[in-house]
Design a binder for this molecule. Structure first.
Ligand code: HEM
Ligand SMILES: *[C@@H]1O[C@H](CO)[C@@H](O)[C@H](O)[C@H]1NC(C)=O
Ligand SMILES: *[C@@H]1O[C@H](CO)[C@@H](O)[C@H](O)[C@H]1NC(C)=O
Ligand SMILES: *[C@@H]1O[C@H](CO)[C@@H](O)[C@H](O)[C@H]1NC(C)=O
Length: 503
């Protein structure tokens, strides 16, 4: 080969690589450089290895735009960082899609597109509508005496266990004297309450190991492999590296929940009664027995639907409660205010109930403020453009995944003034009453979190009861810093022992 030809070929290759790094769809938002295989993800890892998502901040500043684009693997995607555009993504129907072709995601669902989180189109419309309609009958998303009193039973038992100490081996692992392991101590109650909505039954105290197993599996699934966990979604080839990118743990955690669900479904089928529905599952099983149902109603869909709906209750709720307690411990004035609000309004003679919520605005403000400053799902859950459209003056091609950076919005200086400060008062009016909530921890619009009402209720109830009954202090040597987080699908706390003293 002549040297001339070699030079031409090298130049061509360099040019191709150069085009590869900067090419993107016409008039799309300003982009982060793309490298082979991992796409722009390498650039993020390079900037911030532990929490790559944090690195995007650097690029929004560098590219001088609140809407930016990049490549994860071969996926061209858009990241939206400001309130107005995020709200548009949440509320415009053409952004209601989800990325449904991710191999790792479908692997957790018997290799199919099932569940609720990662489906879209007519299948999603139908399954979401059916789930919401009938879960409502069991107190999900609206107030219902039966569920509330059963949740109160669980809560009283929880407080009782904390006060009187462990009996079973599983309890002894998470309670030592007045030291309690968080978030684990919250698992039994969290799992039982959501299990009750779905199946109409709860695991009694001697079987709390099963409840804890459900939560631990959900945690294993979503924590998977800390740093590189996010990459596997867009680079399915990484699944062949075992646990290096978290694949093994994703699947292990997921199928552990599937196993318990399947076993319970078998029992539930045998005892299904014509006259009564014990929980949502009975409704769905009866639907499966109908002849004129759509093709989307299958037993496998039921299983993954249950996993999807229960998964955040098993993992997100205990995590949020632990975040809140940690923030309050770091802000003793806020802790004192919260406890004295409960003392004044409720006292110590009875347990705090849902009725009390409207009279406890400071507690409410504490919950909102923690969910703002410590955004549990920094990106929300990825949306997708269902057709060619525009956003903020840029063209967005059909099928583009869109990240709603809730964390950016929750820390926007223009919106919050002093976003870095933990200040529950920002959610209160001058007269101490709660004011309009501009934070969006649960999203908004058609895809809004299905568990928002339920989550707000159970988080409120658990927190209020803990504050009513105990004082909290950190234990020497435990990961007590607010920076002690563990990355995953949600932002986790490191497990820690906290001292609880009866007030
Ligand atoms: C504890 C705090 C929780 C937070 C911060 C949270 C947050 C979110 C967010 C941001 C989304 C995505 C919204 C979007 O697509 O734009 C979501 C979706 C969802 N959440 Fe939650 N969630 C929580 C708890 C729960 C609970 C307890 C449940 C169920 C019991 C639940 C069930 C769901 C479901 C099923 C979806 C998917 C909805 C869909 O894709 O149509 N979440 N959540
Ligand atoms: C989201 O916003 C935060 C806060 O501005 C920033 O640190 C992070 O890089 C952003 N991430 C993405 C994916 O936009
Ligand atoms: C994550 O990957 C590293 C490197 O392969 C491995 O040592 C570690 O055990 C993994 N962590 C988890 C939680 O799977
Ligand atoms: C609980 O904490 C408050 C505020 O720090 C303190 O005044 C009170 O004495 C503590 N109560 C108990 C029983 O330790």
């Amino acid at each position: 080969m002549s040297p001339f030809l070699v030079i031409i070929l090298v130049l061509l290759a360099v040019y191709k690589l150069y085009r590869f790094t900067i090419d993107k769809p016409p008039n799309s938002p300003p982009g982060i450089i793309r490298l082979p295989i991992g796409g722009s993800y390498w650039m993020l890892l390079w900037k911030n290895y532990k929490f790559p998502h944090l690195a995007v901040d650097y690029y929004t500043k560098k590219l001088k735009s609140k809407i930016i684009s990049g490549y994860f693997g071969d996926f061209f995607l858009v990241i939206v960082n400001d309130y107005a555009s995020i709200k548009e993504v949440f509320t415009r129907e053409e952004f209601d899609g989800r990325v449904t072709c991710l191999e790792t995601i479908n692997d957790r669902a018997f290799g199919k597109k099932l569940g609720i989180f990662f489906i879209d189109g007519p299948q999603w419309h139908e399954q979401r509508r059916f789930a919401l309609r009938y879960m409502r009958d069991f107190g999900f998303g609206r107030r219902q005496d039966k569920l509330e009193s059963e949740i109160m039973d669980e809560m009283s038992l929880f407080i009782d266990i904390l006060k009187n100490g462990p009996i079973y081996d599983g309890e002894k692992e998470i309670m030592k004297g007045n030291l309690m392991l968080f978030p684990d101590i919250l698992y039994a109650t969290s799992a039982n309450n959501i299990w009750n909505v779905m199946f109409g039954q709860r695991f009694d105290r001697s079987k709390h190991d099963i409840s804890r197993h459900l939560c631990r599996s959900a945690m294993m699934f979503q924590r998977a492999n800390e740093t590189t966990g996010g990459m596997i979604l867009f680079l399915p080839i990484l699944k062949y590296f075992g646990n290096m990118f978290g694949y093994t743990n994703h699947m292990k955690g997921n199928y552990a929940i599937v196993d318990v669900v399947k076993k319970t479904l078998e029992e539930q089928k045998i005892t299904l009664s014509e006259h009564i529905d014990r929980g949502f599952v009975d409704k769905y099983l009866k639907k499966l027995n109908e002849n004129d149902k759509s093709e989307y109603f299958t037993e496998e869909q039921l299983i993954i639907l249950l996993v999807d709906v229960m998964f955040p209750a098993l993992s997100a709720s205990p995590t949020v409660i632990t975040h809140i307690i940690k923030y309050l411990m770091h802000h003793p004035k806020a802790m004192e205010k919260a406890q004295s609000e409960i003392d004044t309004i409720v006292g110590t003679g009875r347990l705090v109930t849902w009725e009390d919520r409207k009279d406890l605005p400071y507690i409410e403000a504490v919950i909102r403020e923690t969910m703002r400053i410590e955004t549990l799902t920094p990106f929300g859950v990825i949306h997708k453009a269902l057709k060619d459209t525009t956003l903020g003056g840029y063209d967005i091609p059909a099928n583009t995944p869109i990240f709603t950076n809730l964390s950016a919005m929750h820390h926007d200086r223009e919106m919050w003034g002093d976003p870095e400060n933990f200040r529950p008062e920002r959610f209160l009016k001058e007269d101490g009453q709660i004011c309009k909530d501009m934070s969006l921890p649960f999203g908004l619009g058609h895809r809004v979190c299905m568990g928002e009402t339920y989550a707000r209720y159970t988080i409120f109830e658990t927190l209020a009861l803990l504050l009513q009954n105990f004082n909290f202090s950190f234990v020497e040597g435990e990961p007590s810093s607010l920076e002690d987080r563990v990355p995953g699908l949600i932002v986790n706390v490191k497990e820690l022992w906290i001292r609880l003293e009866l007030r």
